[in-house]
Design a protein around this ligand. Structure first.
Ligand SMILES: Cc1ncc(COP(=O)(O)O)c(C=O)c1O
Length: 365
């Protein structure tokens, strides 16, 4: 944990301080040509404006059964959505359930940053008339992202970097890129205000937590309105001054520590979803699977009471949307994300695991 933080709290939105910026622009990998958006969802919606639609045929998009359903709900406004089975614990998508017609789009997701490129490359070779769109949100700078051969690729940069907005779209095949709609979103600046207040709160200032939480919530509502989907001037300027490489190293070290500390535990309440991953990949976070929904929900509540805010990636059904995959639905009721990102260090990870263990010990008696 950074030394100048006084309040110990894990997870939830990033805080902001210019202290994280480095003094000269870094040359971490970026695609040669790319378009920035306020959000990754906005980049996917904009894609519909550059895809040629066959007469009399809807624009159709195929999404994995384990995916962010608020994205799917937005996609439904411009695409006909179909599901195929892809579960984070499986080594490959179930391609038998993926049946696109020529001209359809297929979203391939590097779920939790632990999936591999090879199955998709093989599939793509046999499906050249399909538009393959990769989602690298969970590890935007992986080897797979850098070596992508997809038609298009996107990442929500704001999910792993401490910026108020930011989605990137590029085309490894050098296809035309869409423009964002409208102007930058005012939500980005509201979010930034919330992030600045959160920083002061964590430093121990008497800041009203509800105030910054409300700002962040309102900001998200505004970012959800993709009629203004240009990236903010703020994020556009600072993106190059983020030390992405050291963030990745810290994240990788934290996840290894988390797995090492939890791997040999003999508890029946939960286990890590994965214990290994592709070389040069950095998993999104520590992900655990609980024995039941009741245990997951009780654990989540216990973690909140200990200032650990563990999100669920992703609840199904959500906003009335549900996949057609019973395994994905079942997993969504037992999965939990334990934040282990670059904001934290070894001591934090040890403390998080101690709190997880306390839950097991307390509940066992
Ligand atoms: C894997 C994945 N892709 C895309 C998105 C959408 O990102 P954004 O909120 O920037 O639109 C999310 C959001 O949670 C996500 O988890």
């Amino acid at each position: 944990m950074l030394a100048n933080k006084k309040r110990w709290e894990i997870g939830s939105d990033f805080d902001w301080s210019e202290e994280i910026l480095i003094s000269s622009p870094v040359s971490f990998w970026f695609p040669d040509k790319y378009q920035l958006f306020s959000t990754a969802t906005a980049s996917l919606l904009a894609l519909s404006t550059v895809i040629s639609k066959l007469p009399g045929k809807p624009l159709r998009i195929h999404v994995p059964s384990f995916y962010c359903l608020s994205v799917v709900s937005k996609l439904q406004t411009v695409f006909e959505v179909c599901w195929y089975r892809d579960l984070p614990g499986e080594s490959s998508p179930d391609f038998d359930t993926l049946k696109p017609s020529p001209g359809d789009l297929v979203i391939a997701v590097n779920l939790f940053g632990i999936k591999s490129q090879q199955p998709w490359q093989n599939w793509q070779q046999e499906h050249q008339n399909i538009i393959l769109v990769e989602d690298h949100t969970h590890d935007p700078f992986s080897l797979w992202a850098k070596n992508s051969k997809a038609d298009y690729a996107t990442s929500s940069l704001r999910k792993t970097l401490p910026i108020p907005d930011g989605g990137i779209l590029w085309s490894p095949k050098n296809l035309p890129l869409p423009q964002p709609f409208g102007k930058e979103s005012p939500g980005a600046y509201k979010k930034l205000m919330g992030m600045v207040l959160k920083r002061s709160y964590l430093k121990g200032l008497p800041i009203n937590k509800d105030d910054y939480l409300r700002l962040i919530r309102d900001a998200q509502d505004e970012l959800d309105d993709e009629t203004n989907s240009a990236i903010s001037v703020f994020t556009n300027n600072f993106l190059r001054f983020l030390d992405v490489e050291s963030f990745r190293q810290q994240r990788a070290a934290n996840i290894s520590k988390f797995i090492n500390l939890t791997l040999n535990q003999n508890n029946s309440y939960w286990k890590p979803l994965f214990v290994n991953w592709e070389q040069d990949s950095v998993p999104f976070n520590g992900i655990i699977v609980c024995q039941s929904k009741t245990i997951r929900d009780a654990l989540r509540k216990y973690l909140i009471s200990n200032d650990i805010f563990a999100p669920i990636h992703w609840q199904q059904p959500e906003q009335g949307i549900v996949s057609n995959d019973s395994k994905a639905i079942a997993l969504s009721s037992t999965i939990l994300t334990i934040p282990t990102d670059q904001r934290y260090g070894e001591e934090d990870i040890i403390r998080i695991v101690e709190i997880l263990n306390d839950f097991v010990n307390l509940t066992n008696h």
